[in-house]
Design a protein around this ligand. Structure first.
Ligand code: FMN
Length: 322
């Protein structure tokens, strides 16, 4: 499929996830078959203040393309400047966050709070699309809450103002991550828009992926939490969608070796001190379901160096063998 002039080969993308889907994780997911990746959300104000940490969030690897940088904010002019500034990192697409429910984002009128003002959503898209020469896309939810079920209206304004695709997570901001995802709203968007619609929410395996595609007719899927400690999900879904095959799950040996590669990449990109702090949560995700995992998870929570991490891996391998 195409988003604007960007060709995407595949049906399953990695969702943006602040604090987890960084460059290291995105590279791993790409290796396992994610057809498209999106950066962690980046503050448009942070970009305009030339914040160094913000710049790190926008770094992209050569292997990642096609990929998007996602920006958030509520002022069309600042968002346009941020979009333009992001181009120095060579994304293929600029994605606009209109779905984040976190109070520290939406409380300031950003993220999903924008869905209360559909016209402003259109103005932001128009400003960003005018400022950049690559496609602009938008990620929304079903609405802000039951009073503002504005997904279709927002999506229409975005399309009219130049958005080249819409990703929709079928829950409101108030619902956060709890009730079941409303697939009806994804289908409604697909029926009413001419641009591609990307369905998102609770895809955890090949069967749920196929079901969402079939029932909503959306053009592509985005997987978030289902990929945590489980980049193999892209391989599994791709195999099922292309050949109808349920392939075997990753073995513990493969999990350990991918986890090691992942943590090494985090340390390479962020330095060992920050890298190992961030690695701890990924290690606990990978260890989910391992026999004896609770004790190893406790140890993972205290790791400070990559050397300590390698010792833990040796210990887990030994434990699994005996
Ligand atoms: C830890 C975490 C961080 C997230 N950060 C972002 C973000 O930066 N931008 C965004 O648009 N959505 C963000 N999301 C939402 C996901 O992209 C996705 O819409 C949501 O998790 C539902 O999909 P899932 O059920 O496959 O996880 C985040 C979700 C999680 C769990």
């Amino acid at each position: 499929m195409k988003i604007g002039n960007v060709i995407i080969n595949g049906k399953v993308a990695l969702a943006p996830m602040a604090g987890v889907a960084d460059r290291a994780f995105r590279e791993i997911c790409k290796e396992y078959g994610a057809c498209y990746t999106v950066s962690e959300m980046v503050s448009s104000k942070g970009i305009s203040y030339h914040n160094e940490k913000t710049a790190t969030l926008m770094e992209i690897s050569k292997e990642e393309h096609p990929c998007a940088i996602q920006i958030f904010g509520n002022d069309p002019e600042t968002m346009a400047l941020a979009g333009k500034s992001a181009l120095q990192f060579h994304p293929d697409i600029i994605d606009i966050n209109m779905g984040c429910p976190a109070p520290k984002i939406s409380g300031n009128g950003n993220g999903c709070a924008l869905m209360k003002t559909p016209k402003l959503c259109g103005e932001i898209v128009r400003a960003v699309a005018k400022a950049v020469d690559i496609p602009v896309t938008v990620k929304i939810r079903k609405g802000y809450n039951n009073k503002y079920l504005t997904a279709l209206e927002v999506a229409k304004y975005c399309e009219e103002n130049g958005a080249k695709a819409i990703t929709i997570h079928g829950r409101t901001a108030e619902q956060m991550y709890k009730p079941v995802v409303d697939w009806e709203i994804i289908a409604t968007l697909k029926q009413n828009l001419t641009i591609p619609v990307i369905g998102n929410g609770d895809i955890t395996d090949p069967l749920s992926a196929e079901a969402m595609l079939k029932q909503t007719h959306c053009d592509m899927l985005m997987v978030g939490r289902g990929s945590l400690g489980n980049p193999f999900i892209f391989r599994e879904i791709n195999a099922y969608l292309s050949d109808g095959k349920i392939i075997p799950k990753a073995t513990n040996t493969e999990k350990l070796s991918v986890m090691t590669e992942h943590i090494r990449k985090i340390c390479d990109y962020k330095g060992e001190r920050i890298g190992m702090k961030e690695a701890r949560k990924h290690i606990t995700y990978y260890l989910k379901g391992f026999y004896g995992a609770a004790a190893f998870r406790d140890e993972a929570g205290k790791l400070c160096t990559y050397g300590e991490f390698l010792l833990l891996i040796d210990k887990i391998r030994y434990f699994l063998k005996n």
